[in-house]
Design a protein around this ligand. Structure first.
Ligand code: NAD
Length: 519
């Protein structure tokens, strides 16, 4: 029997000497392994392709993290075939056996958590704690879904009737695609892959173009624990060609996707289209973007609130789907709160996060930097720039750095307040009263995370009912959901509200059969 699930939490405290030393050792171990090559893995075979992609350190793009084989579009058929071939045996295994593969993978990752974290410091410029939290979440997903699969796939009783026995059985569907983003390059990839595979499905993993190396490390780990060939296949490549071919493949039963709204909507339509010869309806499990708000009422402790706002807005340079990009402040506390938020933001250390104590690294790549800087110039014409903005010195550096930026007096209807920027840009919006603040908060297409700081019971209850977000946080920051504790995912244009890390999640990867036998 597996012990009950517990989170990999609290994280390592790098103020202490031992974790700090372990991280330094891991960083130097990983530094010695930079620049290696990684291949595709299809049906257990390693395949090197002519075309490769180079993963680089966003802080210093001349530093190569690894060279990854890039799947040509023709390889998609081979990967789907391998996943289809592996499906019959894998799906018939006892669920306890499948679960043990992932508990054992979690154990290996736990032993190597500093090393996995160090790869993310280099490949996507996470600071030590953010990188550690990403790896810890990956471990949590494996442990949590292993137990969840056993719960789901143990027959469930229905309402009894005399003379019959009825049970609900949950079966896997078949091969599916997992398409992941770069911002949680380990946790989200591991989470979606484990959820699908532990239920008995087989998987083709297509990681984000920016972070193939940490994905390859996960694939190596799965191979090292003896996961049968073809259960998980590794197909790094271009989203618009390889991803597109995968989501359109008639033998793919489901697509689990996390990424941007535009791509998510496109996949939603594509998966819904029935292909000639298709004998089942395909499912799309979609986690998309956000325009998350923190609402601050009058009468709260503004020092504590400012701290939570700054963490929510600028942790990992605001490149979290849950990041606070709108601060909606009651007019009576607006000025004082802004002053405190600015004072704390000025203390943020920006630089190469290989160094201990750096809070914000570079943003992921050049297109991301240009996109964020473009929003900053839009902001200059739409609102009042309080701090940050384009920094000439950083623009000239080779890394993709953007300083934390705050705009005030932002019009709730403006582009700054409506579009996902996905960078360290916070828009501050003034509200006349709490009701007005809630109206502004809900006036976006998105519905992912949100937070309310208030000591007014009536206002808190109103937010519980009316704030249209998949994850609502009351009197705490809007980032940092933990597996099992805060099932995560949004509605409106933020996704299919599938709630990763929650009790409903595996239902998306299963099909139910009701079986009745009359005596
Ligand atoms: P993205 O949409 O650009 O890419 C995500 C993945 O989709 C990548 O693997 C990419 O190669 C692939 N892709 C691109 N075009 C495709 C196509 N036509 N068909 C199939 N696959 C395709 O997103 P990103 O920049 O990697 O990630 C950032 C976005 O992800 C943000 O919008 C963020 O809010 C969102 N996100 C959401 C959550 C959540 O849980 N809701 C979590 C993390 C990130």
């Amino acid at each position: 029997m597996l012990t009950p699930f517990v989170n990999e939490y609290p994280y390592a405290n790098f103020a202490e000497e031992r974790p700090r030393r372990k991280m330094e050792e891991a960083l130097s171990l990983v530094e010695g392994q930079l620049g290696r090559s990684y291949s595709l893995v299809i049906g257990g075979k390693h395949i090197e392709t002519v075309k490769t992609s180079t993963s680089v350190n966003p802080c210093k793009p001349q530093q190569i993290i690894g060279e990854c084989s890039e799947s040509p579009v023709e390889m998609v058929n081979a990967a789907v075939q391998a996943a289809s071939d592996a499906f019959p045996a894998w799906s018939r295994l006892n669920v306890h056996e499948r679960a043990r593969y992932f508990v054992s993978a979690a154990a290996v990752m736990r032993r190597r958590i500093y090393e996995f974290s160090a790869w993310m410091v280099y490949e996507c410029s996470k600071n030590w704690t953010e990188a550690y939290a990403d790896a810890a979440e990956a471990i949590d997903f494996m442990e949590f879904y292993a137990r969840e699969a056993i719960r789901w796939q143990t027959p469930h009783a229905t309402v009894p009737i005399a003379g019959e026995e009825t049970e609900m059985l949950y079966f896997p569907m078949g091969p599916g695609a997992v398409i992941s983003p770069w911002n949680f390059p380990l946790a989200i990839l591991v989470g979606m892959t484990t959820a699908a595979a532990v239920c008995g499905n087989t998987v083709i993993m297509k990681p984000a173009e920016q972070t193939p190396v940490i994905a390859a490390k996960f694939m190596q780990l799965l191979e090292s624990i003896g996961l049968p060939p073809g259960v998980v296949n590794f197909l790094p490549g271009d989203g618009e060609t390889v991803g597109e071919a995968l989501t359109g493949h008639p033998d793919i039963h489901f697509v689990a996707f996390t990424g941007s709204r535009d791509v998510g909507v496109h996949i939603y339509e594509r998966v819904a289209k029935v292909q000639p010869g298709q004998r089942f309806l395909r499912k799309a499990i979609l986690e998309m973007g956000g325009k998350d708000a923190i609402v601050v009422d009058e009468g709260v402790n503004l020092d504590a609130v400012a701290d939570e706002v700054v963490k929510s807005a600028f942790g990992f340079s605001g490149q979290k789907c849950s990041a606070c990009s709108r601060l909606i402040a009651h007019t009576s506390i607006h000025d004082e709160l802004l002053q405190k938020v600015v004072a704390l933001t000025r203390k943020i250390a920006v630089g190469d996060p290989v160094k201990h104590g750096i809070y914000m690294g570079a943003v992921i790549d050049l297109p991301a930097m240009h996109k964020i800087l473009n929003y900053i110039s839009i902001g200059r014409s739409e609102a009042r720039l309080v701090m940050g903005g384009v920094d000439k010195e950083e623009m000239d550096s080779s890394g993709y750095f953007v300083h934390p930026t705050i705009f005030d007096e932002v019009d709730p209807k403006s582009r700054l307040a409506q579009e996902e920027i996905f960078g360290p840009v916070l828009s501050v919006i003034r509200a006349d009263n709490f009701q007005h603040a809630m109206e502004i908060a809900n006036d976006t297409d998105y519905g992912l995370t949100g937070a309310v700081f208030s000591y007014n019971r009536r206002h808190i209850e109103q937010a519980r009912q009316e704030f249209q977000v998949g994850n609502l946080y009351l009197n705490r920051k809007c980032t940092g959901a933990l597996v099992g504790i805060q099932p995560f995912g949004g509605f409106k244009m933020s996704g299919t509200d599938s709630k990763a890390g929650g009790p409903d999640y595996l239902g998306h990867f299963l099909q139910a059969k009701s079986v009745s036998e009359r005596w």
